[in-house]
Design a protein. Structure first.
Length: 425
């Protein structure tokens, strides 16, 4: 029997490292999806008084309710059974789930003992793909040493040694944007980017795919982002070396300015944005999920001084998104004309929901001082009046909702995980 035959006949088993927010919801996603016939979850420590405490944690969620009602509706029955306390075995909606409670270092987990081919790394701690599997603090490559064939990281890569670049066996993929770039002969470690980058990529791609909006002059974004577990419930002392003191302030009582790596990660999946100096920042607010991207884009317009040519308008922008949504077979982009508030969209299965009624544009002229442009031919300056060139531009402000936990991010990471696993077979 060939290796291909073995893979095709093997029972698909998923490994999940961590039961944090994304780890837990990844378990929910794949229990509901039923693609993987068995799931191994590593938490690396004892929890509460035993397996029952873990089962209750998996079953109940403040944001999404209970797993059985989330999957099957309000009249559904409970779907988690404890099979073997000592061995950590559960049965969740018919899917065997084993909870591992010993190893914290990925290299020590022993995925090969359970037939795991692909691991979802959801701790948020192992983000540097340049570290050796033998690193004493643990490394994402440790999952490979423990038997996994591919690791999918639920966050962007972060290389500590700035003199190093990402290894050739790594890649950043967003489902629906560039997931088909996965090469099973080459890629061993995949970053699923972040929730914000996922939503942002699905906002930017329709603009780049349209002739009228494909050439961006400038772009920036702010995400009005729900709280995450990296923030403090109450004011707390920062760790040694911590530079951002705001994250240690109480999220219950504050709007907190912070950073996001969404712009850098976006350039890895959509290289065209590298040339425009894309900027991004994050504003954390006291809600548990559903975030909002405010995308600011400037285009060169076709309008003349006398207005004889029609500029890009709000309708133009909205039509681009409306048509993109209509052509999207998986519904990854939704165009909405409703007047939404954030809770309306919690759990919606889409990478981004465009808030069409609130998008708007403004056409203007900007004066460019040609004397400030280096290496510009003198003949060009001579033709310009007073060394000034007037350029018509359109500023667009575009709004997009995304469920940063389940609906937008975990579902897209789940799609990517299944796609990668199918590519291995």
């Amino acid at each position: 029997m060939s290796v291909t035959d073995v893979l095709e006949n093997r029972r698909p088993v998923l490994g999940i490292n961590s039961l944090g927010r994304i780890g837990k919801l990844t378990l929910w996603h794949h229990v509901g999806r039923k693609y993987f016939q068995e799931i191994i979850v590593n938490i690396g420590r004892e929890v509460g008084t035993g397996l029952n405490a873990i089962a209750q944690f998996i079953e109940k969620d403040v944001t999404y309710g209970t797993i059985h009602k989330f999957l099957y509706g309000i009249k559904s029955d409970r779907i988690i059974q404890i099979v073997d306390e000592k061995k950590g075995k559960l049965l969740i909606d018919g899917i065997p789930v084993t909870i591992l409670r010993e190893a914290r270092n990925p290299a020590d987990i022993g995925w090969r003992n359970y037939g795991v081919d692909i691991v979802a790394e959801c701790t948020g701690k192992f983000r540097d793909p340049t570290l050796s599997p033998e690193d004493p603090k643990g490394s994402i490559k440790g999952h490979l040493a423990a038997g996994a064939k591919v690791v999918i990281n639920s966050s962007a890569f972060k290389i500590k040694n700035k003199a190093l670049s990402a290894p050739s066996d790594t890649v950043t993929l967003i489902y629906g944007i560039n997931h088909s770039a996965f090469n099973y002969k080459k890629h061993l470690i995949v970053s699923a980017a972040s929730c914000t980058t996922t939503g942002l990529a699905h906002m930017v791609k329709p603009l780049l795919d349209n002739v009228e909006t494909s050439k961006l002059l400038t772009a920036s974004m702010s995400t009005v982002h729900a709280v995450t577990n990296s923030q403090s419930v109450l004011d707390s002392l920062p760790k040694a070396g911590e530079k951002d003191l705001r994250k240690n302030r109480s999220i219950f009582n504050n709007i907190i300015l912070t950073s996001t790596n969404a712009a850098e990660a976006l350039s890895q999946v959509i290289p065209e944005v590298k040339s425009i100096g894309f900027m991004a920042d994050s504003i954390r607010i006291p809600t548990n999920t559903e975030s909002l991207i405010v995308l600011n884009v400037t285009f060169q317009s076709q309008v003349n001084e006398d207005g004889t040519k029609t500029p890009l308008t709000t309708k133009t922008i909205n039509d681009i998104y409306r048509k993109a949504a209509e052509k999207d077979p998986e519904g990854l982009l939704i165009y909405s004309t409703e007047q939404n508030v954030s809770t309306d969209l919690i759990g919606v299965n889409a990478a981004i929901v465009i808030e069409g009624q609130f998008n708007h544009t403004r056409t203007a002229f900007i004066d460019v001082d040609l004397s400030q442009i280096p290496a510009l031919p003198a003949a060009v300056r001579t033709e310009a009046t007073k060394n000034i060139l007037r350029i018509p531009v359109v500023h667009a402000k575009i709004f997009g909702w995304y469920d940063n936990e389940y609906g937008s991010y975990t579902n897209r990471m789940g799609d990517l995980t299944v796609y990668v696993h199918k590519s291995l077979r």
